[in-house]
Design a protein around this ligand. Structure first.
Ligand SMILES: Cc1cc2nc3c(=O)[nH]c(=O)nc-3n(C[C@H](O)[C@H](O)[C@H](O)COP(=O)(O)OP(=O)(O)OC[C@H]3O[C@@H](n4cnc5c(N)ncnc54)[C@H](O)[C@@H]3O)c2cc1C
Length: 258
């Protein structure tokens, strides 16, 4: 079994930077990524694509041109989705190359597959080619960002006497594929007055009613077009432990949930 100083699970902004930092200090590092491409939500499905599409929309609408030159700008006829996606594809591919180069430059090994733990120092990597195991002194789990907010909010709610459990749902498809007993154990089929279900997503709330129920609370971002450093954006959209705990308490008060 190959041994590493650091195993990093996830090649999003957190995983890439964590891995590069350790490799910079001569540590033997491996990144495990289950997606076909490196970069996580930041590059493939979130920040970069959404902001590139926003820029394309502003460009095609002529908004920036009118403001800049004070002249008419006519929209291209027969605009298609492909027109919008073309630039997005180029920018995303370019960013993926930058990350791949960074990984190579730091001599970090990249392994594609789904990581899971077999014990605290051993990770199984499952891929269509089969399963392998690797061990590490340290393991950085960099698989997404909302759980930390939920844990912080739960801590604040517990401090106010509101019992709270946190469920990490990195993949709804996987959850849906589990046996009914398992799903009922994690999300008991009771009313929101008995157990209020709250979803937290740094994206659209659409779809989360499947897990919160129609009368649950869904915290997210149902608008488009703001870009900023993550800390500012999260503060602005109320995606901080304090803001989430406050929303939960207000919601409980409104709905008269004890
Ligand atoms: C639509 C949208 C717009 C956004 N806009 C902005 C913005 O303007 N500004 C901003 O700062 N942030 C923005 N974000 C948020 C930003 O994308 C995330 O905060 C950031 O990507 C989180 O980085 P991360 O490395 O923690 O996780 P992620 O980027 O989610 O990366 C996690 C990686 O782990 C991999 N992974 C997960 N589980 C496993 C496993 N078991 N085995 C192997 N690999 C696994 C995933 O495939 C993924 O590649 C936006 C997000 C979205 C969805």
């Amino acid at each position: 079994m190959e041994h590493y100083d650091l195993i990093v699970i996830g090649s999003g902004p957190a995983g890439e930077k964590g891995a590069a930092q350790a490799a910079y200090f001569d540590k033997k590092v491996v990144i495990i990524e289950r997606a076909a491409n490196v970069g996580g939500a930041g590059i493939n499905t979130g920040t970069v694509p959404s902001k590139t599409l926003r820029e394309a929309a502003l460009y095609y609408s002529g908004l920036q041109q009118r403001g800049l030159y004070g002249i008419d700008y006519s929209l291209k006829d027969n605009m298609s989705v492909a027109d919008f996606m073309h630039r997005e594809k180029i920018v995303v591919q370019n960013e993926q190359h930058i990350i791949q180069n960074n990984i190579q430059r730091h001599n970090i090994k990249l392994v594609h597959g789904e990581a899971s733990f077999t014990d605290v120092h051993t990770v199984r990597v499952s891929s269509p080619e089969g399963d392998t195991e690797i061990s590490g002194d340290f393991i950085l789990i960099a698989t997404g960002s909302e759980v930390e907010i939920a844990l912080g909010a739960a801590e604040r709610l517990e401090a106010q006497g509101v019992g709270s459990d946190v469920v990490s749902m990195p993949c709804t498809d996987r959850f849906d594929a589990q046996p009914q007993d398992y799903r009922d154990d994690i999300l008991p089929d009771v009313s929101n007055r008995q157990i209020l279900r709250v979803s937290i997503e740094a994206g659209a709330t659409y779809g989360w009613e499947r897990y919160t129920g129609l009368h649950g609370l869904r915290i997210g971002i149902d608008r488009f077009g703001v870009s900023s450093p993550a800390t500012d954006a999260y503060e602005y959209f109320g995606l901080t432990p304090d803001a989430v705990a406050t929303r939960v308490l207000e919601f409980m008060k409104q709905r008269e949930i004890a």
